[in-house]
Design a protein around this ligand. Structure first.
Ligand SMILES: [Zn+2]
Length: 80
């Protein structure tokens, strides 16, 4: 069930992926992702977005690509 833990994990996903959090936070969020499939799914998506943005060398993914990713996230959610 989504709760504060999820909100916190989702809030910090980008920092988590970037390794910008203190060790205890990294561990806490890592543990949460392991036990929470929806957050883990979100983590994978954000990681993918980050990989895309770093591959293009800029600080933003091409707008069209980003829209496409967001649309696929939304349609995946609509399946529930
Ligand atoms: Zn969660």
């Amino acid at each position: 069930m989504p709760g504060r833990e999820c909100e916190e994990a989702l809030d910090r996903l980008f920092e988590y992926i970037d390794d910008e959090l203190p060790d205890d936070e990294l561990r806490r969020i890592g543990d949460h992702l392991k036990t929470c499939p929806p957050c883990e799914a979100e983590h994978k998506i954000k990681e993918k977005i980050k990989n895309l943005t770093s591959r293009t060398g800029g600080d933003a993914a091409p707008e069209e690509l980003r829209q496409r990713i967001l649309a696929s996230i939304r349609s995946a959610r609509d399946d529930h």
